[in-house]
Design a protein. Structure first.
Length: 340
């Protein structure tokens, strides 16, 4: 169990946020119209503040936001849980506590020079997004959310717009073996930089990769607590979603694996708030000293109002440690729990 080494904090608070999407998004069959999470604020004995975000992603996380909130309150209010392995922490809670423990900052920008643009939506919207980005040479594309034939059409249309394009495909384990095979058989596989887990079976994915000469990135597999890495020639990258994986110890294990086998690493958002994205960007910068890092942190564009996101960012990073009331403009933000 992850512990807070110094539980003698002056005060702890949890703030709830709710950021609406421009349009509902699908997460492994779960349709969300908004992203919800909580921000943990700890004030230490010196009057300094640390922050972390707890935001399980429906469809992907094993825990709900309600369960994670209840667990972090239990940890903060019961000193024994800070010194005993009495509770198996949820990944979102464990990651937040490690951010607090390691003093991961929430200042600065979440944008990075190595950011890979994420495209998702219907085919018309994706093509429009790509052209508005001035047709970059490398993108990440969500697939397996519509008929395979529609994905083939989209992939081919994108390929036609830029002869130098490389696409990182993300299927979120949503295809059957036959569906994945149909996709690979009907596209130019040379355009694929790598594909993230086309099916839910790692052995099937390796077989598909070898048959169609494509390279794989591991994503959801890395979120399995008992997964132990065994190298395959078709593995090219590790996609790390820190809030879904959990502990820094586990994340650093994968960084060392990437270093040993010369794999690239993508630090990927789970649609966190601006605060969470800034912490992910900081970690990516630190890890880039050891391995080749790219980032998929450009998810704020899917939210309804960038002004709302910026306002939330300002309130979280600059004003949560003050006693003045939060602005009524940010109605999605509320203090739902305080330790005293």
């Amino acid at each position: 169990m992850q512990k807070i080494n110094n539980p003698r904090f002056q005060q702890a608070k949890l703030f709830r946020y709710c950021l609406p999407f421009k349009m509902p998004l699908l997460f492994k069959g779960v349709k969300l119209s908004a992203r919800e999470g909580v921000i943990l604020q700890l004030e230490n004995a010196n009057g300094k503040f640390n922050f972390a975000e707890i935001a399980p992603l429906p469809g992907f996380s094993e825990e709900t936001l309600q369960q994670a909130t209840a667990q972090i309150i239990a940890v903060l209010t019961n000193p024994q849980l800070n010194s005993q392995s009495a509770m198996q922490l949820y990944p979102s809670v464990e990651f937040a506590l490690d951010c607090i423990e390691q003093n991961i900052p929430v200042s600065g920008s979440f944008k990075t020079a190595t950011s890979i643009f994420l495209l998702q939506g219907d085919n018309h919207d994706v093509l429009k997004q790509y052209q508005q980005l001035n047709k970059p040479d490398k993108i990440k594309l969500k697939i397996a959310r519509q008929a395979v034939a529609e994905d083939i059409t989209l992939f081919s249309a994108l390929s036609a717009l830029n002869p130098d394009l490389l696409i990182r495909c993300d299927a979120n384990q949503s295809w059957s073996f036959a569906q994945a095979a149909l996709f690979f058989a009907n596209i130019n596989t040379q355009v694929i930089d790598y594909i993230e887990e086309p099916t839910a079976s790692l052995s099937a994915n390796i077989s598909l990769a070898e048959r169609y000469q494509v390279q794989l990135a591991l994503d959801e597999t890395l979120q399995q607590a008992q997964f132990h890495y065994q190298h395959q020639q078709c593995f090219k990258a590790l996609v790390l979603k820190p809030t879904l994986i959990g502990s820094f110890e586990r994340l650093n294990y994968f960084i060392q694996i990437a270093k040993e086998f010369h794999l690239s690493v993508s630090i990927s958002s789970s649609f966190e708030s601006p605060l969470g994205l800034k912490q992910l960007a900081f970690l990516a910068k630190q890890w880039s000293k050891e391995v080749d890092i790219s980032c998929g942190l450009d998810t704020l564009k899917f939210f309804e109002s960038t002004m709302l996101s910026e306002e939330l960012d300002k309130k979280l990073c600059k004003e949560l440690d003050k006693t003045t009331p939060l602005s009524q403009q940010v109605r999605q933000l509320e203090c739902l729990w305080t330790s005293n």
